[in-house]
Write a new protein. Structure first.
Length: 268
């Protein structure tokens, strides 16, 4: 089985950046099939464009643009790339980085698909920082990455304790975030009292309902901005925003930059 060393990924790596224990690569996937392999370091894959199918010992993921995967070191997997341009951003983490930041490998083993929209937004911000690459970028990426691990630790720690309605509402919102909901309607669909939903949503999602839906909308928009043929107005409407100004304001609140600036970063 192939073992990939630090900074090595199958395809054409167009940019690589090392920042004190972290290695960032911007890679175009060119292989239609990559056989079973593993990496010597743990890493995140953030799919910026295109689509890829990934399988590991437990699951198979269909990964469109916006997918965020985590792989622990030496965790075997394979990839299938459908036709079309596919681009991935990787955050590779040395074992020394884990030790320096007192993160135990026992808390986050294996490979998994991260669906938390807040974690995905943090990954987008890390991508932004690597493209800016100024005097403050190293500090920012370490902080953002620690924030992601903090969220992952919270989620894995509560995995067995979540009531059924938590997964039900999460699935409902992911599938229908462009629709307009009210608290009573949501509570009725998942069969709990509106007060219960209002009180406990923040406990499991770490934000209120409105903010969670906005994060889902922004995540969707980020996966569309690479297409220069689609206007910001069209993207705003496709993602459920009332208008372009609302889209721009919400996008900037969640990412720190405007949609147009992010689109320009994708071209770097």
């Amino acid at each position: 089985m192939n073992t990939l060393r630090n900074g090595e990924f199958f395809g054409q790596t167009n940019e690589i950046l090392d920042l004190n224990g972290l290695t960032f690569t911007d890679t175009e996937y060119t292989h239609p099939y990559v056989d079973w392999h593993y990496h010597e370091n743990a890493y995140f894959t953030f799919l910026l464009q295109g689509n890829v199918i990934e399988g590991n010992k437990k699951e198979i993921y269909d990964c469109p643009a916006g997918t965020l995967l985590y792989h622990h070191w030496e965790d075997a997997h394979y990839n299938i790339k459908p036709e079309g341009f596919t681009r991935g951003f990787h955050i590779e983490i040395s074992k020394k980085w884990f030790e320096n930041h007192l993160i135990s490998k026992d808390n986050i083993e294996g490979s998994f698909n991260i669906k938390n929209p807040a974690a995905k937004l943090l990954a987008y911000q890390i991508f932004k920082e690597t493209k800016l690459n100024d005097l403050n970028s190293e500090l920012s990426v370490h902080q953002l990455l620690l924030h992601i691990f903090s969220q992952l630790t919270k989620e894995t720690g509560k995995l067995e304790k979540k009531p059924a309605w938590v997964n039900q509402i999460d699935e409902l919102l992911r599938e229908s975030f462009t629709e307009k909901f009210d608290l009573e309607k949501l509570a009725k669909i998942i069969n709990i009292h509106p007060i219960h939903l209002s009180r406990d949503f923040h406990k499991y999602f770490h934000c209120n309902l409105g903010d969670y839906i906005r994060k889902l909308k922004v995540n969707k928009s980020l996966s569309l901005l690479h297409n220069n043929k689609e206007s910001l107005t069209d993207i705003a409407l496709d993602c459920g925003f009332a208008d372009q100004s609302h889209f721009i304001r919400c996008f900037k609140e969640n990412t720190g930059i405007t949609p147009l600036k992010y689109r320009n970063l994708l071209l770097k």
